[in-house]
Ligand binder design. Structure first.
Ligand code: CU
Length: 492
């Protein structure tokens, strides 16, 4: 079957990718709905044009493990290349999950620069659960006569075009015709607008029905597996529209000591939220994304007819195997960083638009930020434009200290987005950099992780087209390059 193997990574999209008509001299592309004429003497930034579609590697998102993106795994060489698997190749990764690792919902996805967007919006990602903690709390609850259901709720923004609705798309999938899937070339021509329909799939199904009864507690593991959209979640009675309170007991793979009640949840791409619900009255309820403007419909759940046990006085994480990392105090801060996320619109450069950090597109050989193990830093990430970007930093979590936007009271859910008080100092691996605003975080570089890694926007089309930076974490007192180079790459 050798001749049937199609190597997609040999083809880097060209100016042709951008053509709306066949007139090469006047490439027209829409920008915020208006046509833009590219310069005739444009240059192509090949590294940041989506490509390498059939090359792969592995990222364990949010897990507090060793660095693992560049070859050899754990390398401290500034020009180390991406770990990159071609067809029929395999790579031996070594990870040690500390016995004190927080417990909860994580996930994995490929992270090869240039291909991540297309691979993930076509569905190449999955959950990674670290057990213990809340699992044990809920097992105790079950022993005390309140049975619980562990319900995944993994949301995915399947990108579809040339299909009028979800049914038509499913029909084509069934017949093996995948032509409705949006590929990167389509995306480049028209950004997200090319996807005529973005269906929110839940656990890989469209509007699945979930069941529970009123004697049960449901633990819902919300995971926003969207590659370039936010996810939302609200549960209400289908007829009366009465909202079911959500007991939010953890975020991004960490369980808190108590629950906080919420009416709805807004998740940025790649974020996770742990929710407990209990339904007092039997009936049909619907889970929706809480805004018609920002979001579309999701799923339905049924409950049939005990005592309400959930409260914000309940204690959780008492069974956590290790203590959660101590909160950072301001006297620990040793350094400060300021980073700017932006979208440039230079008509002489492809890809158009250019997604940049500190006005630079990604360069695999350039170290943009240096840090040292055990160092504690404050970072402020700014965004002076109307776009939203989810910041993700690899292998080290951070505490969200402040989220600001000049659009206060002008966009929906600003209250939720800017609220850092419930709980205060929330540890996350991904956080929103809002439009016309900023994100302020505190981070402590762990002893376990060092070497070359990255931070980036988790809208993968943005990171594939440049919005990513290399971060070098040096070992304490030894700045020189060295690596835990035990990994091997083999042909299988
Ligand atoms: Cu972005």
């Amino acid at each position: 079957m050798e001749e049937a193997t199609k190597h997609l990574h040999d083809t880097i999209p060209t100016a042709q990718t951008y053509m709306v008509d066949s007139d090469l001299k006047l490439p027209n592309i829409p920008h915020h709905g208006r046509p833009v004429t590219l310069a005739t003497d444009f240059t192509i930034d090949k590294e940041n044009m989506p490509h390498n579609y059939d090359l792969l590697n592995l990222h364990l998102h949010g897990l507090e493990v060793e660095t693992h993106l560049f070859h050899p795994q754990g390398t401290s060489k500034s020009d180390a290349p991406w770990i990159s698997l071609d067809v029929d190749e395999c790579y031996c990764y070594r990870f040690r999950l500390p016995t004190t690792h927080p417990t909860g919902t994580y996930y994995y996805h490929p992270h090869r620069h240039g291909a991540t967007g297309m691979q993930t919006w076509n569905g190449m990602w999955g959950p990674f659960l670290v057990t213990g903690g809340l699992d044990d709390d809920l097992a105790d609850m079950t022993k005390n006569n309140t049975p619980h259901i562990d319900q995944p709720f993994f949301m995915w923004d399947a990108h579809v075009h040339r299909a009028k609705n979800h049914t038509e798309w499913e029909g084509r999938r069934g017949s093996g015709d995948e032509s409705t899937l949006v590929e990167t070339d389509d995306f480049l021509r028209n950004q997200a607008g090319q996807a005529e329909h973005i269906f929110v799939m839940v656990n890989n199904e469209f509007q699945p029905t979930l069941s529970m009864n009123t004697s049960q507690v449901m633990r819902i593991r919300l995971l926003c597996g969207a590659s370039e959209n936010m996810c939302g979640f609200r549960l209400r009675h289908t007829q009366s529209k009465v909202i079911v309170p959500l007991y939010n007991v953890g975020s991004d793979g960490r369980t808190w000591a108590r629950a906080y009640t919420k009416q709805y949840m807004i998740l940025m791409a790649s974020q996770r939220e742990e929710i407990l619900i209990q339904i007092a009255e039997a009936g049909l309820y619907e889970a929706t994304r809480p805004s018609a403007r920002l979001f579309g419909g999701c799923t339905k759940s049924r409950a049939n007819g005990q005592e309400f046990v959930l409260s914000t006085d309940m204690e959780f994480a008492k069974n956590e195997r290790g203590s959660n990392e101590a909160d950072i105090t301001d006297v620990e801060i040793m350094g400060q960083g300021r980073i700017d996320f932006a979208m440039n619109t230079d008509v002489r450069i492809l890809p158009f638009e250019q997604y940049v950090i500190d006005n630079k597109s990604y360069n695999v050989n350039r170290i943009d930020q240096m840090a040292q193990r055990l160092q504690v830093e404050e970072w402020v990430i700014t965004n002076s434009q109307p776009t939203v970007h989810p910041l993700h930093i690899h292998v080290n979590p951070f505490q969200v200290k402040e989220v600001r936007t000049a659009l206060e009271n002008q966009i929906e859910f600003t209250d939720y987005i800017t609220d850092t008080s419930t709980p205060m100092n929330r540890w996350r691996d991904t956080a929103i950099v809002p439009p016309y605003g900023s994100l302020r975080i505190w981070t402590r570089y762990a002893a376990r992780a060092y070497g070359k890694t990255v931070f980036h926007c988790h809208f993968e089309a943005h990171s594939d087209t440049g919005m990513m930076s290399n971060l070098m974490i040096t070992r304490h007192d030894t700045d020189k390059t060295s690596g835990a180079d035990e990994s091997t790459r083999t042909k299988s």
